[in-house]
Design a protein around this ligand. Sequence first.
Ligand code: GAL
Length: 468
Amino acid sequence: MTMRNKYRKPTTFHCNAGSRCSPSAVVWSLVGFLLFLHLYSLVSHNGGKGGDVQLHTSHHTLFRELEEVEEETIQIPPPKGKRSPRAAKRRPKRSTTLIDEFLDENSQLRHVFFPDMKTAIDPMNDSGNDSLNYFPGRIWFDTEGNPIQAHGGGILYDESSRTYYWYGEYKDGPTYHAHKKGAARVDIIGVGCYSSKDLWAWKNEGIVLEAEEANETCDLHKSNVLERPKVIYNEKTGKYVMWMHIDDGNYTKAAVGIAISDYPTGPFSYLHSKRPHGFDSRDMTIFKDDDGVAYIIYSSEDNSELHIGPLTEDYLDVTHVVRRILIGQHREAPALFKYQGTYYMITSGCTGWAPNEALAHAAESIMGPWETMGNPCIGGNKMFRQTTFFAQGTYVFPLSGLPGSFIFIADRWNPADLRDSRYVWLPLIVGGPADRPLDYDFGFPVWSRVSIYWHRKWRLPSGWRGLK
Ligand code: GAL
């Protein structure tokens, strides 16, 4: 079901005093206005000049449908089997929630969260009108017809080859528990890399950083953990630099790993791991600012806070500068982005593979102070919003040419079979007033709202690539 966005200002039609506007007149004026806008955007596309007007018009019209609020109504199936009256007395029935259903591998709703192969997104066999459409949660084939393996990933736009590269955990192996209380895991296979010209059809470029089979002392030994790899390009050295979370099977090493390559498609040479600034570090990301300075952001002090600090000029190490942020807030899976000089970040709570509520944060300086703005999710239903659409963020990718528009990239983890974890890509828009007035601004929010809109199916506006 689709309805108007309650976060957008209502549109009012003004009639001359004394006159009455019939509904059909209003509708026809609207149609006329839309036609005018459409023609205008065509003319400005072809004309090629007057970039500002073109940008404004395109953003306004092309993104409107992505800001529609799409509701989900999912019926929770009745409990299986009858309970004996005695059992009912002993333990009163707790009503099943959608999250219980999500976590139950045998749920009748399994297909809602993990649709089967038949519905897979297949760029090479796209018979209907699904071309370039994202379907959050569906299996997504690469150009060879295999499910994409790039979990906990990030995207690099490579200027020299004008190509997008998607790097992530290649998890195409069996899921198991190393011991009873351990988290579900897949042995390290490596970092997968996919390339694309349109952010939709992805070619498998292979495993660009491979696991080590034999040497147990190596960080990349298959029994260890390699998560959330991110790659940035260093203009000064001409190198592609990868940072990742490196851990042992029990998550006690809590370190970052660094690898380097001359090419976006690798192979990457693994340099070493370290505890950044001497602190424990688990979920992490890196962010390259407009001035070329790159930063690392990682969950630390047993995930109770985040740390942020600039990297060295060659991006191969941290400097001595570091700030503790969001102290005591227990956030992880940071994904940082910037708009109009303000820094934003989406984080998740700390519940392992189980989904939880995302929060948006903002800061005027990347080193803080950072303020928490609230849950950015819009649409779906309450449970969708409280679970980040049953997913956990990993990256926010800016759509160049469409200021304020981003793609929020998240993982819908499947702890029963991690290789079958899905991707949730959704439009993220920065605009409108923030929900909560911020502490030190006397109630005047200086930051815009960050909104991630749920859609079962959506696509990037067709004109956006021409706007670069
Ligand atoms: C999550 C984390 C994932 C992975 C998982 C293991 O909290 O974001 O990257 O480490 O825990 O349980």
